[in-house]
Write a protein that binds this ligand. Structure first.
Ligand code: PLP
Length: 385
């Protein structure tokens, strides 16, 4: 019997209780005494605190295997480096999290891997980008920060038809809204710093997917480092148990806030896949369980109005990152996409005054009231000046 995600989060992978303890204790040790088992060491990702998470995370996306890593970027770089050799070619979506874009554009390219950026919403252009050495295709389930949802089913079909390894950053949609590995992606990567942990108190990552691919990435990570330490494993293990509860609330609160903002006359544009006006709303509705907690907006008053809004808001904290219980807001131009040149940001459609909100699990009406009051303040300033 397949259990619901709420049950899996609590019980999956918990196949033995140490000394009867209900909670997995923290094995705060780097290494273990030699015995008949393979050498156990934190960097080898085979200690009790790591193994329980690896089992649980694989089950969450209906995948064969999973590995926790020391950060989302460790998962992303480790998986990409395990998939492509110098001289081979990667197709990467042209709108990516800034850290991934920078990694692909600099380190990966310097190592001799060729990269072509492609429009993931234009399947008719993909064939012409294929080369004899193309080995992999990389996309995000919901892009950061413009929350685009590309045709993920077509990406999987295209990868299978052309024998490419398919990789997806599923951080924004999360396994609650989209089970990427089950949908056919070979590797589903996450910054567990965000929703999976959900409490903004650790940096962690996850690689989930087909066993051969996950093990290959794991072997690479033994050399590269980037393991998750026992205490962070414990916190992720604790945080993940309320993941489904939190995601339901993130989905609902963000939808309510997006609707409110979309109807406000001082707001020029709201980016949220749950809005009927979002260009890929139908697709997102078909593919996803919910639309997640990330939205971006642009105010009619540009940067000055945006800065005023940030100053006036009482609930969201002005800080980078996302996916925690508290609402956060940031301007991607100075945080997630600060590593891009202004021209690269312009090509990606990220304007300087774009404000990204990670909607937390606070009461939706409190958040709406907060935005309403802050937006009124902007109006007052504009009319009095
Ligand atoms: N992927 C996405 C979509 C992100 O937004 C981030 C960080 O913001 C990362 C990956 C990198 O995660 P980490 O900071 O845990 O390395």
């Amino acid at each position: 019997m397949t259990q619901a995600i709420d049950t899996q989060l609590i019980h999956a992978g918990e196949d033995h209780r140490i000394e009867g303890a209900i909670r997995m204790p923290i094995f705060q040790t780097a290494m273990f005494e030699h015995d008949d088992a393979p050498l156990r060491y934190v960097r080898y990702n085979n200690t009790p605190n790591q193994k329980v998470l690896n089992r649980k995370l694989a089950i969450l996306e209906g995948a064969e295997e999973a590995l926790v890593t020391g950060s989302g970027m460790a998962a992303i770089s480790g998986a990409i480096l395990a998939t492509l050799k110098p001289g081979e070619h990667l197709l990467a979506q042209n709108s990516l999290y800034g850290g991934t874009f920078k990694f692909v554009r600099t380190l990966l390219t310097d190592l001799g891997v060729k990269v072509s950026f492609f429009d993931a919403d234009a399947p008719n252009t993909w064939d012409e980008l294929l080369q004899s050495n193309t080995r992999a295709i990389y996309v995000e389930s919901i892009t950061n920060p413009l929350v685009q949802v590309c045709d993920l089913e077509k990406i999987v079909e295209f990868a299978q038809a052309n024998k490419l390894t398919s990789l997806i950053d599923n951080t924004f949609a999360t396994p609650f809204n989209y089970r990427a590995a089950e949908a056919g992606f070979d590797l589903s990567l996450h910054s567990a710093t965000k929703y999976l942990n959900g409490h903004s108190d650790i940096v962690a990552g996850v690689i989930i997917g087909v066993g051969d691919h996950v093990r290959k990435a794991g072997k690479n990570l033994v050399h590269l480092g980037g393991a998750l330490d026992p205490h962070a494993c414990y916190l992720l293990h604790r945080g993940i148990q309320t993941f489904a509860l939190r995601m339901r609330q993130h989905n609902a609160t963000a939808s309510a806030l997006a609707k409110f903002l979309d109807s406000h006359d001082k707001v020029e544009h709201v980016y949220y896949p749950g809005l009927a006006s979002h260009p890929q709303h139908q697709r997102a509705t078909r593919l996803f369980q919910g639309f997640s907690g990330m939205l971006s907006l642009e105010l009619k008053g540009g940067l000055a109005a945006t800065e005023k809004l940030i100053e006036q808001l009482q609930i969201p904290v002005f800080a980078p990152s996302l996916g925690g219980v508290e609402s956060l807001m940031t301007r991607p131009a100075i945080s997630s996409h600060a590593g891009l040149t202004p021209q690269e940001r312009e090509i990606a459609g990220i304007r300087d005054f774009l404000l990204r909100i990670s909607v937390g699990i606070e009461d939706a009406q409190d958040l709406i009231t907060d935005f309403q009051s802050a937006l009124i303040q902007i109006h007052n300033d504009h009319t009095s000046s």
